[in-house]
Ligand binder design. Structure first.
Ligand SMILES: NC(=O)c1ccc[n+]([C@@H]2O[C@H](COP(=O)([O-])OP(=O)(O)OC[C@H]3O[C@@H](n4cnc5c(N)ncnc54)[C@H](O)[C@@H]3O)[C@@H](O)[C@H]2O)c1
Length: 674
């Protein structure tokens, strides 16, 4: 348990102390906490010695006799050394920024963001420093947390903190326009980027999986994805509507109530459909139910289906969590011949062998035991389960269901499992990814992506001020918006006008809003002005999901609608993070492996602290322009129609931006060649 009554003074003392001088009490394992799955034993005895030696580097030699056997035990029991004994006993959450001891306001804002990512209400496995996605880590161990917070508390605006996969390498002299923190996560030599390399490097304490927004401190709870999911479900409904009918009475079936996937029922309600979302882990389902993100939990598959049919008849939005395996749900829907309108899946298939996907026929506990102690058998069970899942889904799509991959590597892993998932050409998948069909052409190509902000006063009133400012800005822009983006603008205005009512905040006072470059820049400027004149009480942190226009090269997700052969390159993400860093970002991060799996994606992001100063205004204008237009340029060069339109518009607005645009070759000419 934690001490919720700590005073500001005590809290600051603990942060400034870093690694304590005397050993804290040994940790007590708390079974009521949602713990990370036990990782498989992958190290040889020599490598285990190295892992323990590595862990001891953080502590004075006087502790080593006690800690060496304790760390050995953690490694043998959990497959990782988390250093549980050093987990602070204070409650971790986005306190008001003035609580964090600091010499740099920017650094204090970063401490707030880190604390939010480790908040019990936000993080998936808080004791293992995992924020979401089963393995999305903020740090590898508690020593890294303690040291990082201490560095941040002491640093000035003339220093930069360097983070190597959760490890704070140190503070280095820089200058006030430089990023305060530069984060890299999971960067490896490309030939060493198989899932087992991650298992090994992470067990040795030398690398971590930062996911997208966990290792970059930018996770804001499932709200971050509710908006994107709402847009996706709404547009999927538009896609299947034959005569312009609305989403009312449609049935959406999917899986996962975890960190990100937990947003699905909420988004489905906002979009206006009936949904059933399967979840195998009762702790995850209950958490979402208690937070009001899903309307009810039913553990009998037929009763769950019957309840959904009733709500469909009433044409009222309602969300049902089916507590059980998603394969049982799909097979039952297929056997009963139910008409499902929309189907997807958001289990963590980017991490299929270590707790991301639970195979049918095994209980949750049996899976946990098997993945740790019989990984080969577990892999076979996962693959057999995926084959069954796809077979049932295929039966329902044959009856008219629109199925899309939800960016979790479902199609990729199903194909690797030998499921019947390939298109007749043997190259493409039978089903599109949501980026290919919806998010790419409708949003990213025009520069719309998941812009977000956090009020560091941690006051709901401040968030309300920002919501109103953002809405005014969007309404102004919408007046002259071209037809190509007017649907986007309408959806986003509706989102922000209903955001407060939809009670989306979990953890920090944060908001997500899809916006293009113009929207992001104008909203950020409005916030900066409001901080300057006191309408907002404290600075605001800007950021975004890495799942965006420019930040991520991911051939099976963000860049799946790039068709010029460049989707396996990662220049865009690297250019983005470098470009952001010298245009004024407060922190930047670049990761291997978020979203769809280790080795499958390179993704980057930024955080920017607005403090009301003219410097902040200069930085936001320069950086946000690049942060969006980099991706539009690349998408336009790939001949994506929306992006060619958007980059032309941007060049008219900013004559100093000169982008290379493609000349389109005639189809008949090309086809005549072969
Ligand atoms: N589309 C997007 O925009 C987007 C964004 C973020 C994440 N994702 C991807 O979605 C996936 C889920 O992310 P998350 O943060 O929710 O992960 P998570 O691990 O927190 O949640 C996944 C949930 O699925 C449940 N689950 C696994 N197998 C199951 C089964 N067979 N039946 C029923 N439930 C099962 C797990 O118990 C877990 O609670 C990840 O792969 C992530 O990369 C997509």
């Amino acid at each position: 348990m934690y001490n919720a009554m700590i005073t500001k003074e005590e809290f600051q003392k603990l942060i400034l102390q870093g690694i304590p001088d005397t050993l804290p009490e040994p940790a007590v394992y708390e079974p009521e906490i949602n713990h990370a799955p036990i990782r498989k034993q992958i190290l040889t005895n020599d490598e285990k010695k190295l892992a323990i030696r590595n862990a001891l580097r953080y502590f004075p030699a006087k502790f080593h006799k006690t800690l060496a056997p304790e760390f050995k035990n953690e490694l043998e029991t959990y497959g990782r050394i988390y250093m549980y004994r050093f987990r602070p006993k204070y409650k971790m959450f986005a306190r008001d920024i003035t609580w964090f001891p600091h010499k740099s306001t920017q650094a204090a804002a970063i401490m707030l963001m880190i604390s939010n990512n480790l908040d019990y209400a936000v993080a998936q496995h808080p004791h293992e420093l995992i924020t979401y996605g089963g393995n999305g880590a903020v740090f590898q161990n508690w020593a890294q947390y303690l040291l990082t917070m201490q560095y941040l508390a002491n640093m000035t605006d003339e220093q930069t903190l360097v983070m190597y996969s959760g490890h704070p390498m140190g503070l280095y002299p820089s200058h006030k326009d430089a990023p305060r923190v530069v984060v890299t996560n999971g960067m490896v030599i490309p030939n060493y980027s198989k899932p087992d390399h991650w298992e090994k490097f992470n067990a040795m304490g030398v690398s971590q999986y930062g996911q997208m927004t966990a290792g970059s401190y930018m996770y804001i709870g499932p709200q971050g994805i509710v908006h994107g999911t709402t847009i996706t479900v709404l547009n999927a409904c538009r896609k299947i509507a034959k005569h312009g009918e609305g989403p009312e009475g449609r049935l959406f079936v999917t899986a996962g109530l975890g960190g990100m996937s937990g947003a699905q029922p909420k988004a489905a309600n906002i979009a206006g459909v009936v949904s059933i979302c399967a979840e195998i882990n009762p702790k995850a389902a209950n958490k979402r139910f208690e937070q009001g993100w899903v309307d009810e939990i039913i553990d009998d598959v037929d009763k769950a289906i019957d309840a959904a049919l009733e709500w469909q008849k009433k044409k009222q939005a309602h969300s049902i969590a089916y507590l059980g395996n998603v394969v049982d749900l799909w097979e039952r829907l297929a056997a009963r011949g139910i008409k499902v309108d929309l189907g997807s899946d958001q289990t963590s298939l980017h991490n299929p062998w270590a707790g991301g996907y639970y195979p049918v026929g095994l209980s949750y506990e049996q899976s946990i035991e098997m993945m740790a102690h019989n990984p080969e058998k577990f892999k076979e069970a996962v693959q057999a389960s995926l084959r069954r899942q796809v077979a049932a889904i295929n039966k329902l799509t044959a009856k008219g269901m629109y199925f899309f991959d939800y960016g979790n590597a479902f199609l990729l892993e199903s194909s690797r499992a030998g499921a019947d998932i390939m298109a007749p050409n043997g190259i493409d998948f039978r089903y599109p990814s949501y980026v290919q069909d919806i998010m790419g052409p409708m949003c990213f190509d025009y520069g719309f992506g998941p812009f977000r902000w956090v009020c560091t006063s941690s006051l709901p009133e401040d968030l309300e001020v920002t919501d109103n400012l953002a809405m005014q800005v969007l309404e102004d822009i919408a007046k002259d918006a071209p037809a190509e983006i007017s649907q986007q603008m309408r959806d986003n205005i509706r989102w922000i006008s209903e955001a407060k009512k939809n009670k989306l905040v979990v953890g920090s006072q944060a908001r997500i809003l899809y916006a293009d470059a113009e929207g992001r820049i104008k909203i950020a400027k409005a916030f900066n002005d409001a901080i300057r004149d006191g309408r907002l009480k404290q600075p605001v942190v800007l950021g975004r999901d890495h799942h965006d226009v420019s930040g991520t090269d991911s051939p099976f997700r963000e860049t799946s609608n790039i068709y010029d052969g460049s989707k396996f390159t990662a220049d865009m993400a690297i250019q983005n993070v470098i470009g952001d860093s010298f245009r004024g970002a407060t922190w930047v991060s670049i990761h291997n492996g978020g979203g769809v799996g280790w080795g499958e994606v390179i993704n980057g992001g930024f955080g920017m602290v607005l403090d009301g100063s003219p410097e902040a205004e200069r930085r936001l204008k320069l950086m946000l322009l690049w942060d969006v237009n980099n991706g539009i340029s690349r998408r336009s060069w790939a001949r994506n129609e929306g992006a060619m339109f958007a980059i032309k518009r941007a060049m008219e607005e900013y004559p100093e931006m000169k982008v290379t645009v493609p000349n389109l070759a005639d189809d008949d000419l090309i086809n005549s060649l072969y």
